[in-house]
Design a protein around this ligand. Structure first.
Ligand SMILES: [Zn+2]
Length: 253
């Protein structure tokens, strides 16, 4: 039971159409390890804790949403970055990362998965927002109060959301963007939905919510982005001859 590293990466590149999406980091193979892959560990972020767990689990590759080499970051491989990359290379473990391509994939993406978990119907991308699928919209079968929707998020994600209840209007339509998507609140307002859900919050997000009358929920960057890479891993174990395990390294942010 194994797959060649280069065929695994080509399979993922094609599945996620990664060449068609411009991003803030390289998508695909970021650090090269052994050429034969039997065990893959998936996780949200290629932190030291995830690498250490992957070493214990004898992984040949780590597949993540948040990899390395972000635009604007310091380039030298020193300090924390050196320790992480050395651990990967010493253990012959590849690092494979997909950022925006894994947010926007229509079935396996973070946005698609979160919409499904929250029980949203009529899911579609908000038109005109690029890349397509980074901001999604949909409707709820039954309109609910701000508090009821906050409880739904808490049940699904296992953590409380920071919410801003802006009026008595029930919520029947929502837009969402997982992770650090708070900047999309204005496009959510333009889309005319009742509520906007994302991972993070900025000080100004609350003012936009209040002044534009849109219910707001920040449910955690990590918590909202666990499900894309998890679904991608499940897809790989169904379609390729590899064993895949998702490892959650909790993060309150
Ligand atoms: Zn993210």
């Amino acid at each position: 039971m194994s797959v060649q590293l280069n065929s695994l990466v080509s399979y993922l590149d094609e599945l996620l159409s990664s060449n068609e999406i411009s991003d803030y980091c390289p998508n695909g193979l970021q650090v090269e390890g052994t050429s034969t892959v039997k065990n893959i560990v998936t996780g949200v972020t290629a932190s030291q804790a995830l690498i250490d767990t992957a070493i214990t689990m004898k992984a040949d590759a780590i597949l993540v949403h948040h990899g390395y080499f972000w635009k604007g970051e310091r380039q030298p491989i020193t300090g924390m970055k050196k320790t992480r990359i050395k651990a990967l290379l010493d253990n012959d473990i590849s690092l494979i990362g997909y950022h925006l391509p894994l947010d926007v994939h229509p079935q396996l993406g973070n946005n698609a998965q979160l919409g499904k978990l929250l029980g949203v119907d009529n899911i579609e991308p908000v038109s005109g927002v690029k890349p397509k699928g980074v901001l999604m919209r949909g409707t709820l079968a039954e309109a609910c109060t701000h508090q009821a929707f906050a409880s739904r998020i808490e049940n699904v994600l296992g953590r409380e959301a920071l919410g801003e209840c802006v009026n008595d209007k029930p919520i029947s339509s929502i837009a969402w963007c997982t992770g650090g998507g708070q900047g999309f609140i204005e496009q959510a307002v333009e889309a005319g939905v009742d509520a906007f859900v994302t991972g993070e919050v900025s000080e100004q997000t609350i003012h936009v919510a209040r002044e534009c009358g849109i219910h707001f929920f920040s449910a955690g960057h990590h918590a909202t982005e666990r499900y894309g890479v998890k679904a991608l891993g499940e897809h790989l174990s169904e379609h390729l001859d590899v064993s895949v395990q998702f490892v959650d390294i909790p993060n309150p942010a």
